[in-house]
Design a protein around this ligand. Structure first.
Ligand SMILES: *Cc1c(COP(=O)(O)O)cnc(C)c1O
Length: 326
């Protein structure tokens, strides 16, 4: 399997960083004195909740779409996504003048569906628990000659996602630890390429929801484990398996995969809002939650936490933080 696919390299991440320049934001790196005191460490947050459309996914989508040839641009792009990839493809397509069709689950957060429509995307709804989104997406692609851009398992998507960690290392220098949220692994694989190039000694952890630890099981067993759609508040990481492009990179470059519970995510969302004045969506807190859980190991170290996104509607945010209810 590994020999059949051309794996993304750090050179691709560099090329992506040139393509997205002037289109994606160079997001801020934030620190918190309170948090540094709590951890007894120096902690740097790479805040992709401040990225365009509110998550790192703009990086990968814009990189992939800007490589389209004339025919692909005319026929358009199709994407299937629980939300952030949808918005990322819709916005990138709009900026590049490419028609976009987005296949979204019936229970996607309203704010994400509306934002996708707002960017001019043509939204097609499917049932997350009974229908196969990959099949729907590829049928649309075949029937209309559209190019399917998957949310994580694509070399250009991985390369784009890697630009966030690249910026982090370029800004703060080498790190002892880096914690990265994990769904299908586009962000983690890209971050791994940047990490091994710019901070080779850094211990790199991917962090996924406890309810769906397929990534951890895949990493530890050496082959891709498939699971049912996990029930978790981390809607950006409700993936069923790692990808054939993401897994080999993760397997080769990442130190381990950790998990975080919904309660831990809520607790960190609350901390980030009240102490750092930033809104982070549940999935965006995965890295932060695992770092908190392992803080004794981080004492006196230089630690990076990738905050992957901030798209959550305010009512849901308040409900989660106040009562812990989904
Ligand atoms: C998509 C997403 C993730 C997971 O990214 P993968 O590349 O699928 O691993 C994490 N956080 C947020 C906010 C996301 O939108």
């Amino acid at each position: 399997m590994q020999s059949e696919v051309m794996l993304t390299t750090y050179q691709d991440v560099i090329a992506a960083s040139h393509r997205i320049k002037g289109h994606a934001h160079k997001t801020p790196v934030m620190t918190s004195k309170t948090l540094n005191d709590d951890f007894g460490a120096e902690v740097f947050f790479k805040c992709e909740n401040f990225q365009r459309m509110g998550a790192f996914k703009f990086r990968g989508a814009f990189n992939a779409l800007s490589k389209f040839d004339e025919r692909q641009r005319k026929s358009g792009v199709v994407a299937f996504s629980s939300g952030n990839h949808a918005q990322a493809v819709a916005l990138s397509a709009k900026l590049l003048g490419i028609p976009a069709t987005i296949v979204m689950p019936h229970d996607a957060p309203e704010v994400k569906v509306e934002a996708t429509k707002g960017y001019g995307g043509n939204v097609v709804i499917y049932n997350r628990y009974t229908e196969d989104r990959e099949k729907i997406g590829s049928e649309l692609a075949n029937q209309h000659g559209m190019t399917l851009i998957p949310p994580y398992d694509h070399p250009d998507v991985i390369a784009g996602q890697g630009t966030a960690a690249k910026e982090l290392f370029e800004e703060v220098g080498e790190l002892d630890f880096l914690f990265v949220p994990l769904g299908g692994g586009g962000l983690l694989a890209g971050s791994a390429l940047a990490t091994r190039a710019l901070s080779p000694g850094c211990t790199l952890f991917g962090v996924e929801p406890e309810a769906g630890n397929d990534g951890q099981r895949s990493f530890r067993s050496g082959s891709i484990v498939h699971i049912e759609t996990p029930k978790t508040i981390a809607d950006g990481a409700q993936t069923q398996h790692l990808g054939r492009y993401t897994f080999p990179i993760i397997q080769r470059e990442v130190d381990d995969i950790l998990t975080a519970s919904d309660d831990q995510l809520i607790e960190r969302m609350s901390f980030a809002a009240s102490r750092m004045k930033i809104v982070i969506e549940p999935t965006g807190c995965l890295g932060f939650a695992a770092a908190k859980e392992n803080k004794n190991q981080l004492r006196s170290k230089k630690v990076g936490i990738l905050v992957s996104g901030g798209n959550i509607d305010l009512k849901r945010f308040c409900n989660l933080v106040e009562t812990g209810l989904v």
